[in-house]
Each structure stands twice: as structure tokens, then as C-alpha cells.
Design a protein around this ligand. Structure first.
Ligand SMILES: [Ca+2]
Length: 159
């Protein structure tokens, strides 16, 4: 019976952690045009979910894009659109693939690059601009993903 309680508690903690992770970023992403499609500069084909941070899924330290967006009041403004947060020579609007016409923003397609991380990451220019190094790719064998998974007791908890 105690094993069932432990199992339920761990299941609750697991669901709670998933909810916290899912609730932290969608609001931030939804405030930016194309914010939910930012390409991962380290792993082609993957999405960088925590756009304003130095890690693709964790709310770690903010990158300059996240700091600038916070300074803009978490609103995609004209000034923020023309800002080059990561210093790579492309404006935030260019990287997000957003045009400004007649005071309206238009998404022109998928984002072209990450507006908070200078790319290509390993280039000499970007290494001078930022201390960023690519984190290990995320997959189910990754330790970070394992740390999010509950440690269920062995055996049948209902047996
Ligand atoms: Ca840029």
C-alpha cells in the first residue's frame, strides 16, 4: 500500500513538473511573432523553445534577446524589431522573418535564425561576441530528460 502512495506522489510531482515547464514558456513565445518556431542553432531541425534563454528548454540565464525583450515590456515593439540583440548584424525582425509595413507586423514565413544567439555559433565572430557553447542535444537518453522523469519503484505498484 505504501508503494502505491509513493507511486502516486511521484506521478503527481512528474505531472506538476511538466505543467510548470509547459506554462513557463508558451506565454513568452506567444508574445513574439514566430516565437514558437525558433530554429535551434546547435541541432538542425529542432526548435529552441526558451527563446530568451541560453538553453533550448530551460529557463536558465537570459540571453541578450531575452533581456532586451524584458526591457521592451515583453511587447514586440518597433524598436525591438529593429534591434540586433545578439549582435550578429541581423535585426530581430530579420531573424524572426517579420516585416513591418504601415505600422503592422507580418510574419513572412518561418524564422530564419535565432535572434538571441549569434550564428554560426562556432564562428570566430560569434565566439568573440558571446560565451555561448552548444548544450548537449536533447533526447531521451540525455541526463536532463532523465532528471525530469520520475523514479518509479520497481515491480507492480498495484500488486
Ligand atoms: Ca541578430
Amino acid at each position: 500500500m505504501n508503494q502505491v502512495r509513493v507511486y502516486r506522489f511521484e506521478l503527481f510531482i512528474f505531472i506538476l513538473s511538466l505543467w510548470i515547464v509547459s506554462e513557463c514558456f508558451p506565454n513568452f513565445k506567444s508574445r513574439l511573432p514566430n516565437g514558437d518556431k525558433i530554429p535551434n542553432p546547435c541541432v538542425p531541425g529542432q526548435i529552441w523553445h526558451a527563446i530568451g534563454h541560453w538553453h533550448p528548454v530551460r529557463g536558465t540565464e537570459r540571453n541578450q534577446f531575452g533581456l532586451d525583450f524584458k526591457k521592451a515590456g515583453l511587447i514586440y515593439t518597433v524598436a525591438f524589431h529593429y534591434q540586433d540583440s545578439d549582435g550578429d548584424g541581423k535585426t530581430n525582425g530579420e531573424e524572426l522573418n517579420v516585416n513591418l509595413t504601415s505600422n503592422q507586423f507580418f510574419m513572412m514565413g518561418n524564422p530564419k535564425s535565432h535572434p538571441g544567439i549569434c550564428e554560426p555559433v562556432a564562428s570566430e565572430k560569434c565566439r568573440k561576441l558571446q560565451q555561448f557553447r552548444c548544450p548537449p542535444p536533447i533526447n531521451q537518453n540525455n541526463n536532463m530528460m532523465r532528471s525530469l522523469m520520475p523514479n518509479f519503484p520497481q515491480g507492480n505498484p498495484f500488486g
